[in-house]
Design a protein around this ligand. Sequence first.
Ligand SMILES: Nc1ncnc2c1ncn2[C@@H]1O[C@H](COP(=O)(O)OP(=O)(O)OP(=O)(O)O)[C@@H](O)[C@H]1O
Ligand SMILES: [Mg+2]
Length: 269
Amino acid sequence: MTKKILEVKNLTKKFGNFTAVNSISFNVDKSEIFGVVGPNGAGKTTTIKMLTTLLPPTSGEASIGNYDIVRDASTVRRIIGYVPQLLSADGNLTGYENLLMFAKLYDIPSKEREKRIWDSLHLMGLSDSAGNMVKSYSGGMIRRLEIAQSVLHRPLVLFLDEPTVGLDPIARDAVWKHVETLAANGTTVLMTTHYMEEADTMCSRIAIMHKGNIAAIGSPKELKLSIGNQDASLDKVFEHYAGDKLEENESGRNFAEVSRTRRNAKRLG
Ligand SMILES: Nc1ncnc2c1ncn2[C@@H]1O[C@H](COP(=O)(O)OP(=O)(O)OP(=O)(O)O)[C@@H](O)[C@H]1O
Ligand SMILES: [Mg+2]
C-alpha cells in the first residue's frame, strides 16, 4: 500500500478580500513527483509557501509526515527542502561554499558535513565544479546546486517552485534526471512548472490550479481521459481546465541572466 506523506485539506489563503488559494485538498504519496501547474497568479507559490510554513494559512490544514504545518511548524521545517522561485544561491561563493553555508544552517554536525556536501554535489552532478564560483555556472548548474543545497539534510519532501524556468531543454533534462534520482531514492517531490511536456513526462500526478482552485487532479493519463481524449497533449488539458495558453519563458544561460529572468519575470508574494 502506498503511504500518504502530504495531506492537504481545505487549505485557504486570503490576502485581504482576495482569495489566492481557495479551499484546496489533495494528498501526495511517498516518492511521488507531484506537479502543480496553472497560469500566472493561480496560487501555486502561495500554496508552496503555506506548505513550507513560510506563510500562515487563513483556514484549512495540511500535514507532512503527520506533522501539522502550523502546530508542528518547526518539525516540518526540518523534514522538508525548498527551492524557491527566486534565486537562492550566492554567485560570489563557490558551489562547495554555498553548500557549506546551508549545512551550517541545517545544523548538520561538523563531522558529517563533508560527506553530506560531497554526496549532494555528486547526486546533482556537480562534483567537478564544486570549487568554481557560482557566477561562472550555467543556469542549469545553478538550479542543480540549489537542489543540492535543499537536500543536504535529507528531507522527506522537497518543494521545487519552477525548477526549470529559463533553462534550455538540455539543462532542463539534466535537472529532471537528477530530480528523478532523488525521487527514486525515496524523496517525495512537489513541484510547479509552466512546461506541460515536462509535467506530462515527469509527474506521477498533476493538480491544475486556476484562480486559487484545483480545477482538475490526476495522473497525466487520467487528466487526458477526463477531457475525452487519451491522445491529447497536456497543453490541451491545461487549456480545457485553465482556459489559457502558456507562454514559453525566455532562456537564460548564466548566473546574471538567470537572476534577471527570475527577478523580472517572477514575483514573490
Ligand atoms: N503577499 C501578497 N499580498 C497580496 N497578494 C498576493 C500576495 N502574494 C501573492 N498574492 C496574489 O495571490 C495570487 C497568487 O499568487 P501566486 O504567487 O501564488 O501565483 P503563482 O501561481 O505562483 O503564479 P506564477 O506562475 O506567476 O508564479 C496572485 O494574484 C498574487 O498577486
Ligand atoms: Mg509562482
